[in-house]
Ligand binder design. Sequence first.
Ligand code: ARG
Length: 416
Amino acid sequence: MALDKVILAYSGGLDTSVMVPWIKEKYNLDVVAFTVDLGQGEDIQRIRQKALRTGAVDAVAVDARNLFVDCFVFPALMAGAIYEGKYPLATALGRPLIAKLMVDAAREHNAKAVAHGCTGKGNDQVRFDVTFQTLAPDLQIIAPVREWKMSRPEALAYAAKHNIPVEATKESPYSVDLNLWGRSCEAGVLEDPWDEPPADAFAWTVDPAKAPDQPVYVEIEFEQGRPVGLDGQRLDGVPLIERLNTLGGAHGVGRIDHVENRLVGIKSRELYEAPAGVILHDAHRELECLVLSKQAQRFKTFVAQEYADMIYNGLWFSAMDLFQYVVSNQRFVGGFVRVKLFKGKATVVGRKSEHSLYSKKLATYESADQFDHDAAKGFIKLWGLSQQTQARQQLLKGGKGFDLPSLMGPDRKGDK
Ligand code: ARG
């Protein structure tokens, strides 16, 4: 009699390979391995074959790169979603999509359960499980790493016992997760936040000190908040991001060293490489400065932070609720941004847009000036009125004037 099935998020690494026989033994389920290409640069067909050799009853490999960019990465870019002002959320954006595709596969294969290889300490388990719960509350969730107490040597022994092919790759001293929006690296020597990350922790970017002595310029075109072209050429999201990762990486752009607040209550030191993410967020933000009203720009900063938190905390489907606001906020975010890549930095050096709110006639200090200087005087009089009133009634009372150091606190020093 055929057993019930489980859809396992399968990477081809040691842990998820060991899970194939382990889940079968422990849960009496047949494993369907599920591998998604989110641009991590791995051959998913090869991984699929490995799953079959490892004992999976079936194995599915899906290329979801376009879906990832169109429905996850670019919406997050439009929203300006950067966690704690630093992390462009590559891993966090990938999880709900993988989980959603696993639910689809579970329906197709009539599976009763889903499984992933996340630990019990990270954010990724939350993102997977919350998405499963949201989309398919009937599916059982199995997270072997949360249950088993296997060390690496034990996992290797288990693999040998079950004839699981283990590739003779050098064991990485880090825990790494990749997709085309970025590379996340943690653990090992990175666990001491005082230690500078060693060269071997980076894979996408050159050391900025060793980057070329000549800068390179890229010109990015946006329409309604989405990047649509590079250097005068229309380009789909996937190749556009790939090009920027390569160019940015070659100039050492996109390294992020962050001590972040995990959802599960701990701080952890994370190292990210996201050349395209950094370049596109910088370019996008600068274009917004040109085309958004002051009010829209300020309100957007709150939305951006909320959006980033929801993505990071596994509530991508809640973030989606804010997306219609973002779409409307972004309707004039079109134009061109020129970015200079040089020695580890991406610097926006030019921007233009047909929707620009920048008016040279108002901003100029030259004779073409149309700004009403006379109006400024009356404006300032009223602008400062409340502060002036407070000073007269409270701060300047007694006619002694301000004693600045004592106003700032008991031990501030004045100049004498
Ligand atoms: N700290 C990041 C996040 O929560 C990255 C997690 C990366 N996962 C990994 N297995 N290295 O999104």
